[in-house]
Each structure stands twice: as structure tokens, then as C-alpha cells.
Design a protein around this ligand. Structure first.
Ligand code: SF4
Length: 421
């Protein structure tokens, strides 16, 4: 399904909700005011506080020289790593996959250590998903599990899940919807859920799921931690009666379980008696797009290694995750696109990046770009260049540039690097 651009409004690329009702005021080549967006969206759309310049070895150069230096590094590398792309358009991601094939690179993204397992279960149809539009129109029971949407995706409740009047939910949150939060702490999201907040201990999600499945099966649930069994029975009762239920899965749940088996089991049980769906709370605006594009190309959504010069020969596995690639010191060069692994990964893992030539393509200066051998500034997608992206629920959203820039989009930079190889 494609959400076509409404030319009166803009799309915010601040997170994977891709809100498409944004109004802006521009002046002197900048966005000066952003209406409708949340605080994260306003910050994204107003642009970088520290824009990046083209550099080689810390010296400012023109962009052609930076692109030439990047091509030289990648041509000479025996085992390059391509990483990031969650903040790039679909076309840029496809181009990066093409480049990775050409140079025989490992390619991976942040889903490798966040929502990868959830998306894999959806892509392989082990879990039923739905669209946010259907949630808005139909959902009567909404569960945030290990997710604090109030801070990660601030307009989630108002645009889609809890507060809107939907076609089949005309009486809205006051009477027509129940919002549940399951988490280890009383987050801002949990506070909105009121007495439908179920607080569980750290790492207890799998045990809680088992207890919930027992309750759904008519058995007496058991948990090793002190939790009122009556509340688990009450929760099971609400879920059972849902006419259209959706679980929004956050990293709190993903990080607490070894694999998706408990969640698949719970979804199967719920769908024996009601109608339940799951949507991952994807963070970066087009992480799901990267996963979908790589999946379409290779059958895998991340952790892929291409063989140089043989595009049909693909390897996949944990050893090709960024974490293991850096841990094993298996990469001799890295191309980082729209990501900041030196900030987001533990130092002990990321420090290999300090010992190899790194190229960063990014609109803004980051910790990784400050340590990179080559930096190439790119246009800020959704603001300075257009394209399309895949929303957290799998819907494609198109967007147009709002202001002009002389910085090229990621896609163009990657094309020029390929031409210069
Ligand atoms: S919720 Fe996400 S997409 Fe919507 S305005 Fe906020 S940052 Fe932008």
C-alpha cells in the first residue's frame, strides 16, 4: 500500500511513524517553524546543529575528492563493512546494497541488535501484523509491551492507537479502547494506561508470557515473582474479548527474550480465541525499509555477506552482524551511512572502527564522523531531498524535499562512489 504525498503537508522523518501531516514555515533557506510535529520531529526538521563538511584525514576538501578517497578505500579493502542506512531513503538503500555486492562487503544495520527478530517473524509470516490505519479505525485493545511510545514515538497515541476516533471506534479512548502497558517501570506510557499497567521484573517477560498463556488456556497461572495472579487472569480476560487487538513490541521485550518463540506462542494462543496483531516499534525512520529491501534481494533482512564479483553468492549469520564483525576484527574498512556506531555500540566492540579507515555519509557531524578518515555530507532526507520510506507497519510513504541544498542525497553519493571504484 502506498500513502501518496498530500502536497499541502510534509512528512516527518524523525521516527518510523513518518507523520504525514506536518506544516512548516521556511525562510532564508531554512525551516524556521514546524507545526504539528512532536519535539523530536521539530528537532529533525530544523536540521543539524552541526552540519558535516567533506573531509579527508580531517582536512576539508571538495566533495569530489572525498568521494574519490572513499572509492579508493573501498576498492582496496579485502573485507569491507557497510553499516547504517536506517535514516536513508529506499532508493539510497537499494544503491548501498548494490555497492555492497560490487565490493563483496558485509552489510548490516541497527536491526541486528534491536527489532530484527520481530521483523523477521513478520516477514516470514510467523506473526500476524496489521497497519496503523487499521489500528486507528478498528483497534479496541492496544498493548504496549516494553515500549515507551510517549518518548520514542510521541504522536503514536494521538495519530493511531489510543486517542483518535476511528471508523469502528467512534467513542474513542473514553469508551471504545483499552490501553495496556506491560513494562518493568512506570514509564510515561504506563501512566497513560492507568490501572491497566502491569509491572513485571527485569528479564521476566518470557515467564509472564507463559503465565498469560496458562490463564488464556483456563489454567491457574504461576509466576516465581510476587505478582497478583488475579491481575494476570484479569489481563487474559481483556485480551480474550478483544475484537481487534494489537501488541506494540518495544525493545524492552525484544531484549528480554532469547528469541521470538514465546511471542509467537502467545500470538497463536490469542488468535485461537480473538483477533490479534503485532507491530514492532521501529525507531529510525526507514530501518524497516532497509530490512525489506535487503530481504527482497537476498532473503535475509540483515547480517549479510556478499562475495566480491559474484552477486548470487550470499552468506548470512550472526558472524556477519556489526557486533561480531567488529569483535572479530573482520572488517578492514567501513562505510557508515546515516548512523553513529561509535556512540551507540559499547566501546569495547566499536573501538575496532578506530583502527580501520572509516567513511561516513551523513548530513550531521557525529562522534563516528569526527573519527572518520573520509566524511561526505549528504542532504537531510525528508527536508532537503525526497524519496520514500517504509513506516513501522510496512506501509510505504513518499516525501518531497522542502528546502534546497547543495549537498547531494545519499543515493547520488553512493552512485558516484560506484562510478569511481
Ligand atoms: S512522532 Fe515521529 S514522525 Fe511523528 S512528528 Fe514525532 S518524530 Fe516525527
Amino acid at each position: 500500500m502506498v500513502t501518496l504525498l498530500n502536497e499541502n503537508y510534509h512528512v516527518c522523518t524523525g521516527c518510523a511513524l513518518l507523520c504525514d501531516d506536518i506544516e512548516v514555515v521556511t525562510g532564508s533557506g531554512r525551516i524556521t517553524e514546524v507545526k504539528t510535529a512532536c519535539r523530536k520531529g521539530v528537532a529533525r526538521m530544523k536540521g543539524c546543529s552541526e552540519p558535516m563538511s567533506p573531509t579527508v584525514d580531517g582536512q576539508e576538501v571538495d566533495i569530489d575528492n572525498a568521494i574519490g578517497a572513499a572509492a579508493g578505500i573501498l576498492s582496496n579493502a579485502r573485507s569491507p563493512l557497510v553499516f547504517g542506512l536506517g535514516n536513508s531513503t529506499n532508493m539510497a538503500q537499494k544503491k548501498a546494497i548494490e555497492l555492497a555486492k560490487r565490493i563483496g562487503a558485509v552489510i548490516d544495520d541497527t536491526s541486528s541488535f534491536c527489532q530484527g527478530p520481530t521483523l523477521e517473524a513478520i516477514f516470514n509470516e510467523n506473526i500476524r501484523s496489521t497497519t496503523l490505519d487499521d489500528v486507528r479505525n478498528k483497534a479496541d485493545v492496544i498493548v504496549y509491551w516494553g515500549a515507551d511510545a510517549s518518548n520514542s514515538h510521541p504522536r503514536h497515541f494521538s495519530k493511531y492507537s489510543y486517542f483518535p476516533r476511528g471508523q469502528e471506534r467512534q467513542r474513542g479512548w473514553e469508551e471504545d479502547r483499552i490501553m495496556i502497558t506491560i513494562d518493568i517501570r512506570r514509564s510515561h506510557t504506563a501512566k497513560i494506561s492507568g490501572d491497566k499497567f502491569y509491572q513485571i521484573p527485569l528479564q521476566a517477560d518470557a515467564e509472564f508470557i507463559d503465565a498469560l498463556i496458562d490463564a488464556l488456556s483456563g489454567k491457574v497461572p504461576k509466576v516465581s515473582f510476587g505478582f497478583d495472579i488475579k491481575r494476570i487472569l484479569e489481563l487474559a480476560n481483556i485480551l480474550k474479548k478483544a475484537r481487534f487487538g494489537t501488541i506494540f513490541v518495544g525493545l524492552g521485550l525484544v531484549y528480554s527474550i532469547d528469541n521470538m518463540d514465546p511471542v509467537v506462542k502467545l500470538m497463536d494462543k490469542l488468535n485461537e480465541m480473538s483477533n490479534f496483531h503485532l507491530i514492532p516499534m521501529v525507531g529510525h525512520y526507514n530501518m524497516r525499509g532497509f530490512n525489506q529491501n535487503l530481504f527482497n534481494e537476498t532473503g535475509y533482512l540483515n547480517r549479510v555477506k556478499f562475495e566480491k564479483g559474484d552477486s548470487t553468492d550470499v552468506q548470512h549469520g550472526a558472524e556477519f552482524s556489526i557486533v561480531e564483525t567488529l569483535n572479530n576484527k573482520a572488517a578492514d574498512a567501513a562505510l557508515v551511512i546515516g548512523s553513529d556506531p561509535l556512540s551507540s555500540l559499547p566501546r569495547v566492540i566499536a573501538e575496532h572502527l578506530l583502527n580501520i579507515p572509516v567513511i561516513t555519509i551523513d548530513p550531521c557531524e557525529t562522534f563516528t564522523s569526527r573519527k572518520a578518515k573520509v566524511t561526505i555530507p549528504s542532504a537531510l532526507s525528508g527536508v532537503e531531498c525526497g524519496g520514500s520510506a517504509i513506516r513501522m507497519d510496512g506501509v510505504e510513504v513518499k516525501f518531497e524535499p522542502i528546502i534546497e541544498t547543495n549537498r547531494p542525497p545519499d543515493e547520488e553519493i553512493l552512485t558516484r562512489i560506484m562510478e569511481a571504484l
